[in-house]
Design a protein around this ligand. Structure first.
Ligand code: SAM
Length: 289
């Protein structure tokens, strides 16, 4: 018999095991069943899917995932949660729990060992203290992943999904949108968690593209230009790119921007990924001459 646990029973389980939540590990457990259902729905799962969950906590979402998909691997750093997870996930033969740090575990091997060459979907209520490193690792390490559906801080969700021209569009928006198409799925209030976080949360889905959204001659240079552009976001491009370590004079930057058809007075926050790509490629051509 499988264990069936309602999120509202989270407190009961923690009392039973005398479990004290560690703030340092971002332990805010989801206790709103409707929101839990909506997250799982946002991930667009079916019975053939393979899922990597990061930070299963006491296993509430893990159970819901286990019921919907072929296989779940859940990576949890806190060894105190392992006995609780063993009880919560008893009878779920398609779920494995791995007691590791998601930022340190050999993820390509973990995915290969558990899912073979099938692409996996990541679903998680992320620990907020390492949201960005986790997302960037999942994208930059070119893992065998199809999508990433995650609960994160609302403010970070808005930055990731922002379009050019908006106040919160920045280097993080460009970095994620280079690899993926992003969707803001829903906003979640603090009272959906125990203990309540000090900020609103949001669920986003990141659909990973087969190839980057903009083709560039040199990826590192592209990201150097993005970083330089946003280093002083209130200043115009001519100045931010000149004072960066791209090592060009003001006159050279003026020429590069003119050749790209980009007004030197514009600010980085108005540039599309394609425009950043154009500048990076022009710089690349000059550097290899
Ligand atoms: N999934 C549960 C839920 O929705 O109620 C718990 C989510 S809680 C926000 C984040 C979880 O990530 C905690 O269980 C925490 O112990 C775990 N965690 C924190 N840092 C981690 C890391 N580096 N690697 C793996 N898990 C981590």
């Amino acid at each position: 018999m499988r264990n069936e646990k309602k999120p509202s029973l989270a407190k009961e389980l923690m009392n039973k095991y005398d479990f004290k939540m560690a703030k340092s590990l971002g332990q805010n457990f989801l206790v709103n069943e409707m929101i839990l259902k909506e997250i799982v729905e946002s991930a667009d799962l079916d019975e053939n899917d393979f899922v990597l969950e990061i930070g299963p906590g006491i296993g509430t979402m893990t159970q819901a995932l286990g019921k919907q998909v072929k296989k779940v691997v859940a990576v949890e750093i806190d060894k105190r949660l392992i006995p609780i997870l063993n009880v919560a996930l008893f009878g779920y033969d398609n779920i494995s729990v791995v007691n590791e740090d998601i930022l340190k575990v050999d993820l390509p091997k973990l995915l290969l060992d558990n899912f073979g060459d099938q692409k996996a979907k990541v679903v998680a209520n992320l620990p907020y203290y390492i949201t960005t490193p986790i997302i960037m690792m999942l994208l930059e390490d070119k893992l065998n992943l199809k999508s990433i559906t995650i609960m994160i801080q609302k403010e970070v969700a808005e930055r990731i999904t922002a379009s050019p021209g908006g106040k919160v569009y920045g280097a993080l928006s460009v970095a994620v949108q280079y690899y993926a198409k992003t969707h803001l799925m829903m906003i979640v209030p603090p009272d959906a968690f125990v203990p309540q976080p000090g900020v609103d949360s949001a669920v986003i889905r990141i659909d990973i593209l087969d190839k980057p959204s903009v083709e560039v001659k040199n990826e590192k240079l592209f990201f150097d230009v993005v970083k330089a552009g946003f280093s002083q976001r209130r200043k115009m491009l001519l100045n931010t790119l000149t004072s960066s370590n791209l090592n060009f004079t003001k006159e050279q930057i003026r020429e590069i921007l003119a050749e790209c058809g980009i007004d030197e007075k514009r600010r980085a926050e108005t540039l599309s990924l394609q425009e950043f790509g154009k500048i990076a490629d022009k710089i690349y051509d000059i550097k290899i001459k």
